[in-house]
Ligand binder design. Sequence first.
Ligand code: PLP
Ligand code: TYF
Length: 398
Amino acid sequence: FFASVEMAPGDPILGLTETYLADPRPGKINLGVGIYVDEQGRIPLLPSVHEVEQALTAAAKPRGYLPIDGMPAYNQATQRLVFGVDSPLLAAGRVATAQTVGGSGALRVAADLLKQVAGVGAKIAISNPSWGNHRAVFRTAGFALVDYRYYDAASHGLDFAGMLEDLGRLEAGTVVLLHACCHNPTGVDLDTTQWTRLIALLKERRLLPFVDMAYQGFAQGADADAAGVRLLAESGIEAFVVANSYSKSFSLYGERVGALSMVGADRDEAARLLSKIKQTIRANYSSPSTHGAALVAGVLGSTELHARWEQELGSMRERIHAMRAGFVERLAAYGAPDFGFINRQAGMFSYSGLSKAQVHRLRDEHAIYALDSGRICVAALNRANLDTVAAAVAAVSR
Ligand code: PLP
Ligand code: TYF
């Protein structure tokens, strides 16, 4: 049966972590994978989450199945966080939301459903570059992929004119995948003026916006980072899709907590969308798991814990900002070329501009791991390793 099965290539990001773990050199540093770690280099267990966890353990319950679309309290809290507490879309019943297996699960469920709706001509436009799994998920679901320009290497910023030009050429009905904030891998985001212009174009060209929000709260704050979603909601666009993830914002990577929200023209359309989402989930994994959703719902469902979580998220965000500033400052001190653009990028990542050859020198000569694209995870920097990394990057940049 399996004799002709070929070896599939590994995930380049997770593969780099394996190489890093196997590296015997002391003092090695992993700036590859996109995981937030604290000053001590550990994945935090947020105190707000820990408190809910302890309460759950103290009142341990039997483990029945969740509904196909997940935990109702989780879905309601998600809608409020993503669309805003005063959202007219929510008041009008236009949003169908289901708990999913991480943000990745939301992408996959939506991809399967949208493919079913669009049929053989299903097409999606994805930023160049984007998170590698975006292409993999939509290709596997049967979509034809097209790129749109996004990153401008010369300015280390956004090629907004190129982006609008490419999107303006798409056929009506094409899905357009957008990063809500903290663009992975570049760290380059749209400002609100750019969002407004982009949304006008999406509306005029009858394209379907699909917002992937995996880092809500890591750029400026939970509400500010949802600006794109809020502007879409205000725009009068009838339909759009949001996939969101709590992996990073709650530091719950392994719990696989995310959600899919599909916005329809009215309450009736949203009800039909929810029925289709449930049908898709049923045929994929039947229903999601309980524990992570109970943690998120427990935090977001309590005014006091919600406020504490926002503070904890703020501390993660501010630590990243401080690391960006410190890194830029130390690079300058080591006589590196100007890296000031790192302060203008947002979230966990920075496209450092380092070439593949420079990235390989970092790994071989300094035991510092970055992606071949030059992407570094700024959240892996801390006061103890900042100087070492800056000195090494300056050395390979000369
Ligand atoms: N979307 C983007 C842009 C991401 O970077 C990630 C990161 O893992 C995801 C989605 C998926 O998140 P999750 O781990 O919740 O599946
Ligand atoms: O881009 C990253 O590093 C994160 C983590 O298959 C990740 O999004 C990387 C690869 C992968 C799943 C998650």
